[in-house]
Write a protein that binds this ligand. Sequence first.
Ligand code: NAP
Length: 252
Amino acid sequence: MSDTAFRLDGCTCLVTGGTRGIGAAIAQDFAASGARVVVTGRDAGQAVEIAGQIGGDAVGVGYDAALAGASHELADWLTREIGSLDIIVNNAAILKPHHVAKLTEAEFDLLFQVNVKSTIFLCQALRPLLAESPAAAIVNITAAGAHVPMAGIGAYCASKAAMINFTHTLAKEWAKHGIRVNALTPGAIATDMILPRDPERRTKFMEDTSTMNLMGRLGDPIEIARAARFLASAASSYMTGQTLIVDGGLLA
Ligand SMILES: NC(=O)c1ccc[n+]([C@@H]2O[C@H](COP(=O)([O-])OP(=O)(O)OC[C@H]3O[C@@H](n4cnc5c(N)ncnc54)[C@H](OP(=O)(O)O)[C@@H]3O)[C@@H](O)[C@H]2O)c1
């Protein structure tokens, strides 16, 4: 296979939660591979700023998945302002630590609203635009906790398991529209989502977490971005309804 199969020249890619961490790495990597990238963040100004840093024809737009109707608003904006779409990377998500004994309904609802419901309705609203693409692909970013649930983050793990399940459903329902749908499961990746802010706690956390996988370290966001590009590009053209695990051997 030639290297061009991994490129995204001429593709328009939506990356939700592209302002930092894994989403930012995906947006930068996709843009460097020739894609026109649309990045979202809750703060529209920040999303526009990040798009400016990416450069080229990258675009930033506000999107808060916690708000009812936000997915349809984003889809309407994309259809109106951009007019074409080849790839969605559903990356935006939240992780709030909670033990089930103390989990509130409001916390549960927010996790599932952001991590599952908004994602599904964004896919639904963008399906007509995506179906016009000759190379349509959806990449859903899930989590190792979907496969092996972890105490203290049960609702988050369940939300990610739901997204793996939905990935299979979407692949089955939308193959006829030429849309490939795959999930990408990162292990522990060094981002704001999991790293403690306090420097001492951060060092200890990184040491402890590194012992949990075979490679003895946390992953870098770019290592997830490259796997996302594989799933988004022609390099994976005969792949749909699958989950790719990139976790340094955490689940081995
Ligand atoms: N880091 C890990 O170890 C790890 C492991 C497994 C899976 N993952 C998954 O990888 C993905 C990215 O995680 P990350 O570590 O890069 O997280 P992160 O650093 O916390 O970044 C999360 C992104 O989501 C956006 N976001 C947060 N709340 C949002 C909302 N209500 N609506 C729309 N966007 C929102 C944030 O943008 P704004 O704050 O600018 O709105 C940010 O760009 C997530 O799906 C996460 O579950 C991460």
